[in-house]
Design a binder for this molecule. Structure first.
Ligand code: ATP
Length: 451
């Protein structure tokens, strides 16, 4: 089933390795199989490999897959596989008794708000931006705490209040872990092999943690990623960790996977056309394994309400034609999913599609994907958590860096589809007249006739 190249990666002896690969080319598949191979055929003890993923869900999926491959439950359970934060927290707990309790999201927001109110800036939008600024500040190593202005003053106050309450926020876990690795690395568990998924979405503190772990364990590191799918820049992540991997690990072997096993041909071609518009990227090939043409295009609707009803109608139609097809409705912001969700409740209540933001769709795949609310200068981004660069009521033009990240997000969304990809846009939305996102034209998607 696996290609010769995939098999070579799966079966190779642990060594410094990077895999740059296109969407759907089997990155997560080969990573999972490579770990399973080490356990099964090279008898590397499960507890001696550390595998880091981007989300908890992908760690669970990988474990599930290993069980299906016939690995013993005990081995899978003993494998330290999870997010950077969960694995760092586990090791810190074992090393340092009495570490502070982690603030829940709500508690953290309340604490930041209390700190901000002291400076007369406690509205929720500002608090959200301050929380992001806090995350970005702690995304580098060593953390640079010299931040001026009101923002710096609020963040300093927040740190004091947190320390007084003997609490940590989520980002403090990695800061404390990096510090512990630097100062007491020899007291932490050592590993024979370190593996990292989605390396394009790691940030400088995570690169430092990888470097410190590798140094302390004297073990090889294996990373997989795709710079074109780097979508967490607003939190301080950057694809340069992946792009510069070869510089940091001179002897590293580099593999590229370019066959997309997920999507039919027209979808792969459209995605390739779109991403070619980004300038800051590593040039790479992508071709479809599937010989099927697939279907893709855009649907324009008079209003947001009409769009929601139209999408629900298409979902119902597809269910009639193939009741087993899995369907997802994706949008740039959570708010843009609401109308389609309501419309589907009324039409296919027993066979609801999945509803996800582009960010939450990462790593997933569905037979049919509908992207809704694909408008230029998306007005919903003005108040979105991830819209670091937009502080006005309407979304101003993006700078080059933010523009490329928006395009990558659209690329991630498009490449989730196996057989059918519809991009929908209303001609009017809450903010007034709307235009179809330029990414649809860049991808060469044709507008479908109404009905
Ligand atoms: N050699 C192969 N033959 C057939 N199917 C494959 C092969 N390799 C991977 N696949 C399938 O292709 C799909 C994509 O694989 P996977 O999710 O591992 O890719 P990925 O590169 O991690 O994707 P992305 O980065 O877009 O999330 C999965 O359904 C997987 O089972």
């Amino acid at each position: 089933m696996y290609t010769e190249q995939q098999r070579e990666i799966i079966e190779h002896t642990p060594s410094n390795t990077s895999i740059y690969a296109s969407p759907g080319s089997g990155k997560t598949t080969v990573l999972t199989e490579h770990i399973a191979w080490q356990l099964k055929h090279r008898h590397v003890p499960a507890g001696r490999m550390l595998a880091l993923t981007f989300t908890r869900q992908s760690a669970l999926d990988m474990k599930q897959r290993m069980r299906k491959r016939g690995l013993a439950d005990g081995d899978v359970g003993a494998l330290p596989l999870g997010t950077f934060h969960s694995q760092a927290f586990r090791m810190l707990l074992a090393h340092t008794p009495n570490i502070p309790v982690i603030l829940g999201q709500l508690e953290q927001r309340q604490l930041m708000r209390a700190a901000a109110q002291k400076f007369g800036v406690g509205d929720m939008d500002t608090v959200r931006r301050l929380l992001l600024a806090n995350t970005r500040k702690k995304s580098v190593w060593p953390v640079d705490s010299a931040m001026g202005g009101v923002e710096g003053a609020v963040l300093t106050r927040y740190e004091h209040m947190k320390a007084r309450a003997h609490r940590w926020d989520f980002d403090d876990i990695l800061v404390a872990f990096a510090q512990t690795l630097e100062e007491h690395g020899a007291e932490l568990p050592a590993f024979d092999y370190l593996l990292v998924d989605e390396y394009q979405d790691t940030n400088p503190i995570q690169w430092a943690i990888v470097r410190l772990l590798v140094h302390q364990s004297r073990c090889p590191v294996f990373v997989v990623g795709d710079d074109d799918q780097s979508i967490y820049g607003f939190r301080g992540a950057s694809p340069s960790g992946l792009l510069d991997f070869q510089l940091s690990y001179h002897d590293a072997r580099c593999h590229r996977l370019s066959t997309n096993f997920r999507s039919d041909r027209s979808i792969v071609l459209a995605a390739v056309r779109l991403i070619a518009h980004n300038r800051h990227r590593m040039e790479k090939q992508m071709q479809a394994f599937s010989a099927a043409p697939g279907r893709c295009g855009t649907h324009l609707w008079p209003s947001e309400a009409a769009e929601a009803v139209g999408v629900a109608g298409l979902v119902r139609q597809a269910r009639r034609y193939d009741s087993g097809a899995d369907v997802a409705i994706l949008a740039r912001t959570r708010r843009q999913l609401l109308a389609a969700w309501r419309a589907c409740q009324g039409v296919v209540p027993d066979a609801m599609p999945q509803f996800r933001t582009f960010h939450d769709a990462k790593g997933k795949e569905w037979d049919i994907v509908h992207i809704v609310g694909a408008v230029a200068q998306n007005p919903y981004l003005a108040n979105d958590d991830t819209s670091l660069f937009r502080r006005k009521k309407s979304a101003p033009a993006l700078d080059g860096q933010a523009e490329e990240e928006e395009r990558r997000l659209f690329y991630v969304a498009m490449t989730r589809a196996r057989h059918v990809l519809w991009v929908h846009a209303p001609k009017r939305c809450a903010a007034g007249k709307a235009r179809l996102s330029p990414y649809a034209a860049e991808a060469g998607l044709r507008t479908m006739e109404p009905g």
